[in-house]
Ligand binder design. Structure first.
Ligand SMILES: [Zn+2]
Length: 134
């Protein structure tokens, strides 16, 4: 990976992989300016996981859509963006460890988001359910 400050080459000084989720954290040191920075490696979820709709249509999983739907249920909180990011990461990690054959159906995704919000904040859970279970 090139240096984020000067664009020259770096070497990886530390690599840590999660034993439970498909993600890797790395520390890089620039060979030119000696700057140190961190990267996080995750699977490209849109290329790895598909969502099946009720009508049988299949579409790539969108972390952005999930983030927006979760965020809308957290706007009453003091830090809704940070909370939505954390909850979305939790949901995505759960998808990776529970999906079968790279496909999750929309109902299961909705249930997973609802249950994750329920554990975090009851008002957001109620809001999410009111807008996603009609
Ligand atoms: Zn550099």
């Amino acid at each position: 990976m090139i240096c984020i400050y000067c664009g020259q080459g770096t070497k990886t000084t530390i690599t840590r992989s999660s034993p439970t989720t498909p993600k890797t954290w790395r520390r890089h040191k620039c060979l030119s300016c000696s700057a140190v920075f961190t990267s996080r490696e995750l699977p490209d979820i849109a290329l790895s996981i598909s969502v099946s709709q009720k009508n049988g249509q299949i579409s790539p999983f969108s972390t952005d859509k999930l983030l927006i739907s979760v965020f809308k249920s957290l706007t009453h909180r003091k830090h809704p963006v940070e909370d939505a990011r954390g909850i979305t990461s939790t949901i995505v990690e759960t998808i990776y460890t529970t999906q079968k054959n790279g496909i999750i159906n929309m109902g299961s995704l909705r249930d997973l988001a609802s249950e994750t919000l329920k554990r975090f904040d009851h008002a957001s859970y109620v809001h999410y359910n009111a807008h996603h279970y009609k």
